[in-house]
Design a binder for this molecule. Structure first.
Ligand code: ASP
Length: 333
């Protein structure tokens, strides 16, 4: 019989796996995206049940820390955590000690003292998620940092597109409007390119960053270019991120006249997406927003299951067990 040799390290307890974060689409692979979308699909099936709560993250704590206004992202992260039975806490900068001048670092240290498993953070400054990752022991999810990244938005958009077309690869997506100030555009260009879709950015040259083609997209100022796309993805004019005094377009009225998405500028059957909040009558005609080809509400629904998948994936280090989930009776917390 062969000798069994015990190495010194074998006697040590297994090392803590490294903390995982979701900060940028630039950090994920095609496999990561496929796994997350697959997990989200299994959660979608679980939500068809009358009792929608899963016991999966019972005993975990998830903190939502929002320094900017949000309807969709904050509500869906909160509901996602609740649907997975985690304990959840939502802190908004207004009404918290941030109003009293507390720095992000001190707020993060304070919340970190409760040992949360995940901190979901939205902040107007690029790099805020990394700071929170440095000073706490939590897994960090970037829910939007300045104009840099909004990775869960890109994932939910991929999920919506895949559910609608059955694929992402080979599709053509036109992203229209204020790309310059849009973290949604940056995350989506990367995510769509990663999954093999073609992206064309359409808008006033002042709102299309110079050199952005290097991210793997085409650019044009010609609004008629949207007719060639399978999906027309419309962005809001993000006035709150515009430099004071800068005139990117002569007026909103002029913008709407030249780049607003109207029924006349579309081809029948083209799918319409918008991350919200919409400014009806500015970047999107109300008829387009309410058309049956608009996937805007579908995107919101996708946001819930995709965020459930992200929280699950970060905390369990792997794909959801679809089989066991559909077979095991679901515990209700
Ligand atoms: N809700 C998206 C974001 O947080 C898009 C927008 O605000 O226009 O970036």
């Amino acid at each position: 019989m062969a000798d069994i040799r015990v190495m010194r390290d074998d006697l040590l307890p297994p090392k803590e796996p490294p903390r995982r974060h979701l900060i940028s689409i630039g950090d994920v692979t095609e496999d990561d995206v496929s796994r997350l979308l697959g997990t989200a699909r299994s959660f979608e099936r679980s939500l068809e049940r009358e009792v929608k709560k899963l016991p999966t993250l019972r005993g975990r704590t998830i903190v939502n820390l929002f320094y900017e206004s949000s309807t969709r992202t904050s509500s869906s992260f909160e509901l996602a955590a609740k649907r997975l039975s985690a304990d959840t806490m939502s802190i908004k900068s207004s009404g918290s000690a941030v109003d009293k001048g507390e720095s992000l670092k001190d707020t993060a240290l304070t919340l970190g003292a409760y040992d949360p498993d995940v901190i979901v953070i939205r902040h107007p400054h690029i790099g805020a998620p990394e700071l929170v990752a440095r000073v706490t022991g939590a897994h960090i999810v970037n829910a939007g940092d300045g104009k840099r990244q909004h990775p869960t938005q890109a994932l939910l958009d991929l999920y919506t597109i895949q559910a609608e077309f059955g694929r992402i690869e080979g599709l053509h997506v036109a992203i229209v409007g204020d790309v310059l100030h849009s973290r949604v555009a940056r995350s989506n260009i990367q995510a769509l390119a990663l999954m093999g879709a073609r992206v064309t950015l359409v808008g006033p040259p002042t709102l299309i960053p110079r050199g952005i083609e290097a991210m793997g997209c085409d650019t044009t100022a010609d609004i008629d270019a949207i007719k060639a796309a399978d999906v027309v993805y419309i962005l809001r004019m993000q006035n709150e991120r515009m430099q004071e005094g800068a005139n990117y377009v002569p007026s909103l009225r002029e913008y709407t006249a030249r780049w607003g998405v109207t029924p006349a500028r579309l081809r029948p059957g083209q799918k319409i997406m918008h991350p919200g909040p919409m400014n009806r009558g500015v970047e999107i005609d109300p008829t387009v927003a309410d058309d049956q080809d608009a996937l805007i509400v579908t995107q919101v629904r996708a946001g819930l299951v995709v965020r459930m998948a992200v929280l699950y994936d970060l905390l369990t280090h792997g794909p959801v067990l679809v089989e066991s989930m559909t077979r095991t009776p679901l515990g209700v917390a």
